[in-house]
Write a protein that binds this ligand. Sequence first.
Ligand code: B12
Ligand code: SF4
Length: 552
Amino acid sequence: MISVKVLTPNNKERQSFLDEGKNMQDHPIRIALIAPPYPLSEFPSPPLGICYVAAACEKAGAQVQLFDYIISEYRPEKLKQALDTFQPHVVGTTSVTMNFKKAADILKRAKTFHPHVITMMGGPHVSFDYDTVLRNIQEIDIVVIGEAEKTLLELIPTIRNRTLWPSIPGIAFYENECVVVTKTQSLIEDLDDLPLPARHLLNIPKYHTLGFPISIITSRGCPNQCIFCQGRRMVGQKVRYRSIENVVDEIEMLMEMGFEIINIADDLFTVSKGRVIQFCELIKKRNISFVWSAFSRVNTVDSEILDVMKSAGCYAVSFGIESGNSDMLKCIRKGITLSQATNAIKICKSAGIRTHASFMVGLPGETLQTLNDSLSFADSLDIEYGFHFLAPFPGTTLRENIDEYDLEILTHDWNQYDANRAIVRTSALSSSDINRFVDNWSKEQDELWNQLLQAYSQSSALQPYDKALVEEHYKRQFIFWLLSEDLIEKMGPLGEQTENALDILSERISSHVSKKEPMMTSSFVKKHLTELIEKQFIECVLETSTHIWKWK
Ligand code: B12
Ligand code: SF4
């Protein structure tokens, strides 16, 4: 059965959407964009993709609001209230595979509350799984495939006229029991044409309380071919660069917003040595003082580039090494050798840059021997490293050609694609074998960590560094609960005028959080709330003779 149509626009259709665009100036379309929740373990920081989407929608003339459920609680009734107030014409959300279901549920709710809104989803998961998604979830009207900015400039002005959808490249939708896919959208050539991510729509102070680095991207694209990687399919093989000036302008803007640590999230920041050096030189020339980290590849660094990076504030580099077995590296088409990895780590150390390496477990053909090769290689590097479970995402070469590999995918439940447990097996290893390997590896570290937590809870003497680590851990968890459960919003209204506003709030919050973490006593909570007050993140205001705690 042929069920996927590919359509291309004709001139009449194109003219018609340009005319519709003119109307937008008088009656802007309202678009609610939603950042779905994700856990503390994934380092919640200001979301980049959805802010690029918001900026493109604004550029297309829309009025945009961002409902950010990363740093506030998602509840259906809260969504309803926000939709009732804003009355959007369009509701859009993003997702990776592991939070696709959550994101889809949010769109389903939005459609139930406001049946006339047009719903759309974009991001890495649906860009490859749109066929199944549209077939099974009728509440999703449009999937935007891949890089969205160019598509949105054409889609938004015409989105309310369904007959024009076939003329917009880069989307998919369901019609007459068919999934319709329009012409492929071309990649954006000049990234400097893009408006900067619309971070003004976020509650930035709330992100400051969590304190994670903020991400930027300076290029899109990766020329490599790793078979497990979906990112490369999103951004294309040809690397497209923003101009260095444009990037450094954005960094200065972020510093004005109070960020001091930046994560350069390019798929492969060090792909062009000359450009990295120019970037570092401009930072020094403009005398900007901030620290930053980047993702890199072991065969794209040398002492010169690392020294320059260090001198411009780079404090850490993260390498995906993936395996300590040479045959495995070939099988996954990583395109690096173990000696390149050893050398890269050595020169990072001499440059004084903190180095992190990531290894994968559950690769095709994995055996106990290859896992042990990875472990002994990782240990030999004498740096921080971690093991990540392979999750065969839609759109990866691995998943698309699964029959060619010694690998069985054990579940299609997307909730389990969080890379925290094995969801594959090989002919030599079951998923339990793979889990056991990682559990054994982490046992020693888990035990050490639990000992630290126990010593801290019993007020035993700890080294200052260890003590600071434990305190940071509890603080982050506390702040994340405060944000993601709307605790200030829920417990902030005190009901009557009072002199003990802080004590009352601390008591209330502690009685909630201490059930999950006994260390979070009322004095612990008071200490951290006091810090938030001093940094002017929260305040107590008097409203109609009632004291209310609020985020500023
Ligand atoms: C930076 C990054 C991160 C950062 C995010 C920083 C931040 N604050 O935003 C950190 C380190 C926190 C992170 C975490 C994770 N990441 Co990550 N990450 C990336 C990376 C390298 C770049 C993403 C990015 O910002 N690109 C730039 C922006 C502009 O692109 P974008 O987000 O894709 O958005 C564009 C389109 O997708 C589309 N779009 C997106 N949303 C929407 C919504 C609408 C309505 C529309 C119309 C369009 C649209 O338009 C955008 C503009 O063009 C990608 C690789 C890649 N190249 O995609 C992996 C990638 C997205 N990450 C991935 C994964 C798996 C994760 C984690 C689950 C980690 C893990 N446990 O394995 C977590 C999940 C966090 C989460 N819920 O999002 C996978 C996703 C695969 C999948 N299908 O799930 C990728 C593709 C890497 C890979 N393995 O191939 N990640
Ligand atoms: S894993 Fe890294 S190097 Fe490999 S294709 Fe993906 S982005 Fe490129």
